[in-house]
Design a binder for this molecule. Sequence first.
Ligand code: DNO
Length: 396
Amino acid sequence: MIESWRWYGPELDAITLPEIAQTGASGIVTALHEIPYGEVWPREAIAARRALIEAAGLHWHVAESLPIHERIKRGDGDLTQLFANYRQSMANLAAEGITTICYNFMPVLDWTRTDLTAPLARGGTCLRFEAYKMAAFEIHMLGRAGAQDDYAQDVRTKAATWFQASSQGEREALLHAIMSGLPGAFDRYDIAGLRAQLALYDGIGRAEIRAHYKRFLNEVIPAAEELGLRFGVHPDDPPRDILGLPRVVSNEEDIAWILDAYDSPANGLTLCSGSLGANPQNDLVQIARRFGERIHFVHLRNVRKESDGSFEEAAHLEGDSDLVALIDALLAQEGHRRATGRHDCALPFRPDHGHALLDDGARNAFPGYPLIGRMRGLAELRGVIAGLKGREGANG
Ligand code: DNO
């Protein structure tokens, strides 16, 4: 497996490439976050980013994300130019030797949390999703019709109590937390802006989103095949509908649908253990085994779930998911690839998110992307991989 590290680029990330080199990671995962969604990533800009990365002795393995414009997700109007731009960015990435592309198909919001600095028992903070706070946001701050029906009575009661007691500052912090999953420099909404975005999805249900998704695959996967690119869709986080928006990348059945919708090795999966792991029905090892050949990129992290749908990000080897078993399945997939002569045997992975620990609080890193906490995660995962590989060797 290839150890990689997400970097937001020289302008946006508080962590530098020479610091990343010290973590031991060899690969970089990045995007041109400063380019608005829908516009072409120019080859020169990709080359300049790549040169920076290589000057630090690192390799740019994955473009995460090449974002899909909301109009494509909504199937809104004439999309010819947007698809052409997307394919041009793909061609420019391929020309610079970046062959794995991560993207998501979540309407409006990317990953969603309600607390960015939830305290941990032994010090430090983590990202947390609190069901009653999400309910308070939807029911009392956003005033979304139908939001009541998505929550159990006790969660609604707690939501009302929290809302009544909350200060303006706490409500703003909640909005800020919910918006923080949108990566890069663009598309933060205020309440009015979010309402307007949601209204654009009126009348768009699961079947429509799937149809728009299939159209996207038809538009880009043939080009990916020609260019030698591998696409890996990132699962919904959390893996369920949110804000009344249908989400179609949440579980094993969804993944099977996507991989069938355009049956090509180029149409694959980013296996994110943290996103999929937040739904108790998702069996990570089973998903890794079933779709193993189509996994092109891996995000490794853990979650601790609660019965009302709340969860928090646990340390990489704590929490509810058995990451050792998952890594074992991924190593078996690598072995299978070697045995069948595939050239993409080594799976790039990154320690996805990390706790903010020690001096992390003093830096203005992106939420979930601190230096020390992720380095702890990477070191633990590295140990698991070495241990499992050693056993493989010992077993001959
Ligand atoms: C969260 C990330 C996601 C991911 C996108 C991929 O930390 O894993 O934001 O980058 O969903 O498009």
